[in-house]
Design a protein around this ligand. Structure first.
Ligand code: 4AD
Length: 430
């Protein structure tokens, strides 16, 4: 019977065959322990010299790391194993021998591991992070489907720049100039006017010369947009969504979180609603904490965000930033011209901003003046203006950065480990 490691619980006491790779090995004169992985999970194969044919034990002792195998054996429950089962091996068939696998159990530097990312992905830790990433994506689709959102796919090649022109990736589009998408938002606004509540999930490109643990050049963003939703309604969707993701990761990735050594005690208490603080109050808080390097109108840097987040045990919304700090499309506060109806959601434990969102301007005149103030080419926004010409309504939306969310929930320090093949300032390979 051929099966996978994830299915072994159905075969306790039976002999099965698993296609696997040798992740690691320990052996003595009488017994060999094979750490086997097949992508669906990990299991230990135990080969006892006295119980198998001589040739099987010889193979067990000589097989090298990452050799591919068909391993046959009897499945046993094993409480000591983190995965709950082990296999009493009866037969080994080598499919392809791996000679001198570069990633050994010894410590390797980050650059070396990044150069071998295509192989590093096979490690237990990277496997766990990718499974958590997958769970967040799965839970995202479940959440927005159950809430009645329609998935809409905005284009990747675009002619406009929603988040400012300094971080654009240029490319030729036949005779024209084009940019790789830095946010699907403007298109999602159009989609919300057609379908009500929509969400997108796709790659995003930012030519940011930032070399921090939170910045990727190519990252994936989930961007919901809702017609008739105002500022408060928008925050409610965000906290329900993030709480839903946390719950699903805790429930469905317990093993992965354990592999990563993630302390989940704080995550378990993170129910909606989430606390809120205005930019003004956050600034006062920072001043009280001794940050003298920042005044009204300055953006918060990573140390500021971390300091604010540390005063709460849940993600915190920082609301109502100065207009001058934010993109052209944000709705101004009804009583204060100098601030906008926006919120950033800051994750605890120093993981930084995971969501940026706002209510959008729905008045055509105001939008036009904001586009001009930001020095943007009005003709490229003609279609966007049309949304304000024909039945304009208040609407809101946000963007959640997948990799920062994966980093936070996994407890992984740097976003480079949260995407299969990270694109960083100095890395386009592998
Ligand atoms: O705050 P941002 O720039 O918001 C937007 O792009 C809006 N148009 C979204 C919307 O309202 N539809 O980015 C949103 C999120 C950030 O909070 C962060 O999580 C992530 O995207 N992000 C990055 N993640 C990794 N690397 C980068 N360079 C990132 N830049 C933003």
């Amino acid at each position: 019977m051929k099966t996978t490691i994830s299915q072994v619980s159905q075969y306790v006491g039976q002999e099965v065959t698993i296609g696997a790779w040798l992740a690691g090995k320990r052996s003595s004169g009488k017994i060999a322990f094979l750490q086997l992985r097949d992508g669906t999970g990990f299991i230990q194969g135990v080969v006892v010299k006295a119980e198998v044919e001589e040739e099987v034990f010889k193979k067990a002792k000589s097989i090298t790391q990452e050799t591919s195998l068909y391993v046959t054996g009897i499945i046993r429950e094993d409480e000591r194993s983190p995965f709950g089962y082990e296999m009493g091996v009866t037969g080994i068939e080598v499919i392809h021998e791996a000679v001198d696998y570069p990633i050994t159990p010894k410590e390797h530097g980050t650059e070396f591991l990044m150069d071998h990312r295509h192989l590093w992905l096979r490690s237990k830790r990277q496997h766990a992070v990718m499974k958590i990433r997958n769970e967040i994506i799965r839970a995202t689709y479940e959440f927005f489907n159950k809430e009645g959102f329609v998935k809409v796919d905005p284009p990747i090649l675009t002619g406009s720049a929603p988040e400012g022109t300094t971080e654009l990736f240029h490319t030729k589009y036949f005779e024209e100039n084009a940019y790789l998408s830095q946010s699907g938002q403007l298109y999602m606004e159009a989609a919300a006017m057609a379908l009500g509540k929509v969400f997108s999930f796709g790659p995003t490109f930012r030519a940011e010369k930032s070399k921090t643990r939170r910045h990727l050049i190519e990252f994936w963003m989930i961007e919901p947009e809702m017609a008739f939703y105002e500022f408060e309604d928008n925050l409610k969707v965000q906290e329900d969504y993030v709480a839903f993701i946390i719950r699903n990761v805790l429930e469905n990735c317990a093993l992965e979180l354990k592999v990563l050594g993630r302390d989940t005690s704080k995550l378990e208490k993170m129910q909606a609603p989430f606390p809120r603080i205005t930019y003004d109050d956050a600034l006062a808080l920072l001043h009280k904490q001794g940050f003298t390097d920042i005044e009204w109108g300055d953006d918060f840097g990573a140390p500021h965000e971390t300091a604010i987040a540390e005063t709460y045990d849940k993600p915190v919304f920082i609301t109502h930033y100065p207009t001058s700090l934010k993109p052209f499309y944000m709705q101004p506060h009804p009583e204060r011209e100098d601030i906008v109806l926006c919120a950033d959601l800051i994750a605890p434990e120093g993981y930084g901003e995971i969501i940026g969102g706002s209510e959008r301007i729905h008045d055509a005149e105001l939008l036009k003046s904001r586009i001009e103030e930001h020095g943007l080419e009005i003709s490229t926004y003609q279609w966007y203006d049309d949304l304000r010409q024909y039945g304009s309504v208040p609407h809101s939306g946000f963007g959640l950065g997948l990799e920062r969310t994966v980093a936070w929930l996994s407890g992984v320090e740097h976003v480079r480990e949260t995407i299969p093949f990270p694109r960083l300032l100095n890395r386009l390979y592998p």
